[in-house]
Design a protein around this ligand. Structure first.
Ligand code: ADP
Ligand code: MG
Length: 432
């Protein structure tokens, strides 16, 4: 009898979650607290109506919809569910009515108080854990209300067997309740995640078209800019008076505009102009030389362990750009007297380059956002550098991976395909 009731209850509790799962992509209903409140309110009432009646009490899972509504629908939805629980309980009547009221209100209290904190939790797993924890609370309330109720009635006079039976009832109900909340919140979380992913895809699609449009505009703007710059340079050569200074100013600003457009175009579509073979060691030394002044002013020491005979074949300037961005970020993240180490070696027949810093590191949340467009934590950051680097490396059939621990540092690992052996290049040089 009880088992049948329980199965029925599981169905009642899962029904709103499943309905929510189906409707969650509908904007009008999906996130409306009234919708969630109505669904869970009906579920809670049904729980009560089909409750198992024993020891003068109603045994049911009505608090699962209550907790879920408060946590996932907010206070409004919670109030609706609480209202429907109290109303149904009044309708059912019985001598334990007062206990029903008290336990209902107490059970709702803690989730109500902490709903703000719950909704700020980012990680899906933590949210499920928190929901399970909140699911424990109504159990405690039920337990204490029950004990009070049982003590105030004749039941405690029953045989020891009877008391143990009640205890088993309470415990198994508690366990089922907690499992129910956990399971339902897992389902809800996956519905929410699915919704977020859809949103992200929609956004990415928009950005993609927008990006292509912007790239073609940038391309069109670059040509007239080059012409204007050329003629201004000619004019400047003939100028002697005050206009000379104005023209130099105009030219530097034009140069800046050009650089920004180039950066953007580079980001939108890395252009590999000249593919050549070269020693990676030389390129990295170049990059480090270029960036050394920045490291000096920040008081950061750069260590390098570079294997010399590694050759790769790609566009030198693009790779340089990618590395400058990454090393620059590493230096910028590192406090004074910190270290940035650059390590180049061969691993499993692949070029392996690591850039490791002892800087401020990133949280897992930040780490997951790295490389997304315009993501920056710096005041004057553009949020383009990492994105450009990742695109360049990936266009070179390489792989790039970020590992980071907050307050400990970040390690960027770049894997690139290796080109022909050292000696072969030497031979070619001699022949050529
Ligand atoms: P910007 O440097 O203009 O902010 P980037 O795309 O180069 O843009 O970097 C994006 C963000 O990634 C930075 O603002 C920073 O928060 C984070 N980041 C990148 N590299 C590191 C690193 N080595 N250590 C810590 N944070 C980093
Ligand atoms: Mg940067």
């Amino acid at each position: 009898m009880l088992a049948e009731k329980l199965l029925l209850h599981v169905l009642i509790i899962l029904a709103p979650v499943l309905i929510y799962y189906i409707v969650s992509d509908n904007n009008r209903f999906g996130k409306s607290p009234f919708f969630i409140g109505t669904l869970q309110g009906i579920a809670a009432s049904l729980c009560l109506l089909f409750a198992h009646h024993e020891y003068g009490l109603y045994w049911d899972l009505r608090y699962i919809p209550l907790v879920l509504a408060i946590l996932y629908g907010g206070p409004k939805a919670g109030l609706m569910v609480l209202g429907s629980i109290l109303a149904t309980r009044t309708y059912l009547g019985g001598e334990a009515l007062a206990f029903g009221y008290i336990s209902g209100i107490l059970a709702a209290s803690v989730p109500f108080l902490f709903v703000g904190i719950f909704q700020k939790i980012q990680s899906k797993k933590k949210r499920i854990e928190a929901a399970v924890l909140f699911g424990l609370w109504p159990n405690l309330i039920m337990l204490s209300v029950l004990i009070v109720y049982l003590l105030s009635h004749d039941i405690y006079e029953m045989k020891l067997d009877g008391n143990i039976e009640v205890l088993i009832y309470i415990i198994s109900f508690g366990v089922i309740q907690v499992i129910g909340v956990g399971f339902a919140s897992m389902l809800l979380e996956s519905a929410i995640e699915r919704e977020k992913m859809k949103e992200e895809i929609r956004r990415a699609e928009k950005l993609n078209t927008l990006g292509e449009l912007a790239a073609s505009i940038a391309h069109e703007v670059r040509n007239p800019l080059t012409v204007v710059k050329g003629f201004l340079q000619l004019m400047q050569k003939q100028e002697k008076g005050q206009n000379f200074q104005y023209l130099s100013l105009v030219l530097t600003e034009l140069g800046r505009a050009e650089a920004i457009i180039n950066d953007y175009l580079n980001f939108a579509k890395p252009e590999f102009k000249k593919i050549e073979k070269f020693y990676l060691y030389e390129l990295i030394t170049d990059v480090l030389l270029l960036i050394n002044p920045l490291a000096m002013t920040k008081g950061v020491q750069i260590d390098q362990y570079l294997e010399k005979n590694i050759i790769i074949e790609t566009d030198k300037n693009q790779l340089k750009q990618a590395l400058v961005n990454i090393v620059k970020n590493a230096i910028e993240a590192t406090p004074q007297d910190g270290r940035v180490s650059v390590n180049l070696h061969l691993r499993d027949n692949q070029v392996c380059l690591t850039i490791k810093d002892t800087g401020k590191g990133m949280t897992s949340e930040q780490l997951s956002r790295i490389g997304s467009l315009f993501y920056s934590t710096k005041e004057k950051g553009t949020g383009l550098g990492t994105m450009v680097s990742i695109r360049i490396i990936e266009t070179m059939n390489g792989k790039i991976n970020y590992a980071s621990k907050i307050d400990e540092g970040t390690e960027v690992t770049i894997l690139l395909p290796v080109a022909k052996l050292d000696s072969q290049l030497e031979e070619e040089k001699q022949v050529g």
